[in-house]
Design a protein around this ligand. Structure first.
Ligand code: PMP
Length: 355
């Protein structure tokens, strides 16, 4: 990979900006006017370009369609009061994309391609970063197999792309979750720690079943014993029991190493909040709900930052949680993270890159 590489920019002749209602943004429905694209051919990333957003031509034998050799990321760009664009922890997403890629036999994306591609897309589609409070531009980098071949083997060709989509608040309302003890999102030795497309396909059926019963998300348990709580939907999950913040460790390879999770833990230490990175059992959770010791439960992820949990179903029984007080840890952490993301406070940890 040459240090110096050129991105060809082709701008579209029309824009969707005028037609987009930034006051009513649903997650993932609108994409910006352009996209970044790169090809991996003959062992080399090349053809770096910004193009008008448009459908791709797909050969029906494309390897991704059949075998799901594909990984992705999700991160956000925020606009501060001075109109500058702030991207939160993009380097961490770049690193995680490559960790996921490695697990799926996909060639890694050099850091400078990821960063320059993102910078260039943000420059061309700068006006797509919403000005409305609580809104942001969601960025979706992804890599997928591009071979047109029906045999199973790692593809020889790939595409790396970055899309951008303006978004509002993800989970405005606190969510109801159900502890899943039949299906599993991940198992030890599997691909749970990777942001691999297939993980999400496999989670749809159990999640849909729970939604039909009136729950927003699942609380995933470990695939072997279903006794240990791992994640919630597509978020990491945290509990405050007796003043202690508890979240599952990421050492088993079954849990995605959430960047929000890491940020919350960093700030929790700074705030003097006791933290235990350990597996909470379903039994412990049930006991804490029965005894009233469960003070807070919430998901953490890029889409929502913090998603408050209002109800947990365990083995068919619904437990309502106390309403979160304005002084609750989850409320304070959400505010602290938002303040960093929107550039309202000092960026002590160097999490922000300005554009
Ligand atoms: N777990 C899963 C399975 C996810 O898809 C996500 C979203 N990326 C997360 C956790 C949260 O990760 P992050 O905080 O990096 O968005």
């Amino acid at each position: 990979m040459d240090k110096q590489f050129k991105i060809d920019i082709t701008k579209g002749s029309s824009s969707k900006l005028e037609k987009t209602n930034f006051d009513e943004l649903a997650f993932g429905q609108v994409t910006s006017d352009h996209m970044f694209v790169a090809d991996y051919i003959e062992g080399k990333w090349q053809n770096f370009r910004i193009e008008p957003y448009a459908p791709l031509q797909v050969n029906p034998a494309n390897a991704t369609l059949h075998y799901g050799q594909s990984v992705f990321e999700g991160l956000k760009a925020y606009r501060n009061e001075q109109g500058e664009i702030l991207v939160f922890r993009g380097d961490a997403n770049q690193k995680r994309l490559n960790e996921s890629a490695k697990r799926m036999c996909i060639p890694e994306i050099p850091k400078e391609i990821f960063m320059e591609g993102m910078r260039c897309l943000l420059e061309v589609d700068r006006e797509w970063v919403p000005k409305q409070a609580g809104c942001s531009l969601y960025l979706r980098p992804f890599i997928f197999a591009a071979d047109d071949y029906l045999g199973i083997r790692p593809s020889k060709k790939y595409k790396f792309m970055i899309l951008a989509s303006p978004v509002g608040k993800y989970y405005a309302k606190p969510v109801a979750v159900k502890v899943e003890t039949r299906f599993a999102r991940a198992i030890e030795g599997g691909t749970g720690a990777a942001k691999a497309a297939g993980n999400y396909a496999g989670s749809l059926y159990p999640a849909l079943k729970a939604q039909k019963d009136g729950y927003d998300q699942l609380l995933w348990t470990d695939g072997k014993t279903h006794q240990y709580i791992e994640e919630s939907g597509t978020m990491n999950v945290m509990f405050v029991i007796d003043g202690v913040l508890i979240t599952a460790p990421t050492t088993t390879g079954t849990i995605l190493k959430g960047i929000t999770r890491d940020s919350v833990l960093t700030l929790a230490h700074e705030m003097g909040m006791p933290v235990e990175e350990r597996f909470l059992t379903v039994i412990e959770l049930e006991e804490a709900l029965n005894s009233g010791k469960l003070e807070e439960a919430f998901g953490t992820g890029t889409a929502a930052t913090v998603a408050f949990i209002r109800l947990i179903n365990i083995h068919g029984k619904d437990y309502e949680l106390k309403e979160v007080a304005p002084t609750a840890f989850s409320v304070r952490i959400l505010e602290a993270l938002d303040n960093i993301k929107y550039g309202k406070v000092e960026d002590k940890y160097n999490w922000i890159k300005k554009y």
